[in-house]
Design a protein. Structure first.
Length: 100
């Protein structure tokens, strides 16, 4: 009976150590972080803001970005407003329409 306890205890300690070592080296992201040299910015105006005011906020933000990084360093800017319809042909996991 004593030998059985030693075997079980040894098994638990070794298994725990393996899980700790292997588990700490595994990534936790589905899509790992990669430095692509791109900037992603989420902008949110207060609820009920008129579309004209939202456009002013977005244009002002783009002006600040161009001033900070230089106009030659901005290749494209993309705006996305609203939610994705269910019949949209692109997988929505790649869109940045949600921010927790």
């Amino acid at each position: 009976m004593r030998r059985r306890r030693i075997v079980v205890l040894s098994y638990l300690i070794i298994s725990g150590a393996i899980i700790f070592v292997v588990g700490s080296s595994l990534g936790t992201e589905i899509f790992p972080s990669v430095d692509t040299g791109q900037l992603q910015l989420h902008l949110r105006a207060p609820a009920g803001t008129r579309i004209e005011r939202t456009e002013q906020i977005a244009l002002k933000t783009l002006d600040v970005i161009k001033r900070e990084v230089g106009p030659d360093n901005v290749e494209i800017s993309l705006g996305f407003v609203g939610t994705q319809p269910p019949n949209y042909p692109i997988n929505t996991i790649y869109l940045w329409s949600f921010r927790p």
